[in-house]
Design a protein around this ligand. Sequence first.
Ligand code: BTN
Length: 240
Amino acid sequence: MFLIERHDVISSTNDRAKALASEGKRNICVIADRQTGGRGRMGRSFFSPSGCGLYLSVAFAPEVRGEDSALLTTYAAVAVWECIRELTGVTADIKWVNDLYLHGKKVCGILAEGKIDYTTGMFDYAVLGIGINVKKTPFPDELAAIASDLETETGVQIDREELTARLLQKLAGMEDAFRTRTFMETYRKNCFVLGKQIEVIRGSERFEAHALDVTDRGELLIRIGDGTQVLQSGEVSVRV
Ligand code: BTN
């Protein structure tokens, strides 16, 4: 289980959780009502106004090898997917590797960070940051077309405390789940990029590929021309 540290406002719960982890704290959860510097992948910001979302980061020491780090994100995505289904009855779509969508709009983003011990190849610590747009959220114009919240998309008013409790309970089961990896079935079934033509952005590279599968390590298996490759990280968008 996680010890919870709550803030009305903070720059970023991931930054705070990383600071605690680097002081040696583990199994701690930082939650904020508002973030002034909420961060996403690829240096993007995560809109985090007061009274709207669940913004939390857990710091722990997962028993997975550094090269299996995509599993942290895929597990968290399935945990959020299950919470949404249990609380609203609605099935969300997962975009490899870290986003959840409802009706084509992003409602959740996940940011995994960590420190690997190079002598063992294992995580010294990992920080898993999860941002869920729960209540009706006043998105700025540039986000309104691509992002939404659970209340708008499902019509269900979710209690953020109940969502927090459910999510933390699922995250506490992560180590057991890594042994069997059965959660990857739910991930694959709901990952809408599979079978689609996609554009991959990896560092400064951009290329077209066909998304074939997600491996048991959370990597995306893609076909490029006559060959296949596995992506451990990167950003993909579906070509329409
Ligand atoms: C993404 O969209 O690329 C990931 C977004 C992750 C946002 C969450 S909100 C809680 C935690 N604190 C942060 O600064 N980021 C994550």
